[in-house]
Design a protein around this ligand. Structure first.
Ligand code: PEP
Length: 257
């Protein structure tokens, strides 16, 4: 059975003090509401800036189902890459997850499908779980190219992995037009794309792999609309940006299965 996940992407927000406070509030909620007793038994992840990662990972370590992740990693093992952070460094904080290919990385930092394939590879090498983001921009959807765009992103970024490697990856479908805009994909639009992604995973690998792959929705998912999105058969949870910065909203989303 595939895992349900609610993941917060803090982006470049919160001072260290604010981040520790937020992670403590989320931890308190999870301690008082054991995830195994909640509908969907979700796993809860916090993707923090690097500055916060050690503290948040340590904070999460003793709570079942609560975890931390980085928002990016470098393609290389180590070396003269000033300002960058390696997969091994992330792993050494206690964090076990990393976002790969968020649309803000693709568009503002020029991360290509080839670079994202390398990041996926090095993340897996260091036993980090990649949460691989894909999604089309508005023009591509309007031109009805959204399925082709997502297929190409997955083929180039992930479909070269072996079955065993692929089984360790989580996918986040994030239509770029919905990220940070307040415009959410309708539950039907999300379901349609998630079902398509599952179909092409089945074609590339097999039905068991497809069935076991967790596919998250991201893009203006919030405390009000999470339940109807998560109710869809192929939507296994959410990658949450803005609404992950307020503990109350994020905890409502955790309870939305
Ligand atoms: C994101 O950053 O991945 C995201 C989905 O942001 P928001 O929820 O703010 O649209």
């Amino acid at each position: 059975m595939r895992k349900k996940i609610v993941a917060g992407n803090w982006k470049m927000n919160l001072t260290l003090e604010e981040g520790i406070k937020l992670s403590s509030e989320i931890k308190d909620f999870v301690k008082n509401n054991p995830l195994d007793n909640l509908p969907g038994k979700p796993e809860v992840l916090m993707f923090t800036p690097f500055i916060h990662l050690t503290a948040v990972a340590e904070n999460a370590a003793d709570v079942q189902g609560l975890g931390a992740g980085a928002q990016n990693c470098h393609t290389e093992e180590k070396g003269a890459f000033t300002g960058e952070t390696s997969a091994a460094m992330i792993k050494s904080t206690g964090a076990e997850n990393v976002l790969v290919g968020h649309s803000e990385r693709r568009s503002y930092f020029g991360e290509t499908d080839q670079v994202l394939a390398q990041k996926t590879e090095i993340a897996l090498k260091h036993a980090l779980r990649p949460v691989f983001c894909c999604g089309e921009v508005l023009d591509e959807r309007n031109a009805e190219k959204h399925f082709d765009v997502v297929k190409e992103q997955l083929e180039k970024g992930l479909f070269w992995l072996s079955e065993d490697e692929f089984a360790k990856v989580v996918i986040a479908y994030e239509p770029v037009w919905a990220i940070g805009t307040g415009v959410t994909a309708s539950p039907e639009q999300a379901q349609e794309m998630h079902a398509y992604i599952r179909k092409i995973i089945g074609e590339k690998y097999n039905a068991t792999v497809a069935n076991n792959t967790t596919i998250l929705y991201g893009g203006s998912c919030n405390a009000k609309n999470a339940a109807e999105l998560f109710a869809k058969e192929d939507v296994d949870g959410g990658l949450i940006g803005g609404a992950s910065l307020k503990a109350d909203d994020f905890c409502t989303i955790i309870k939305s299965f």
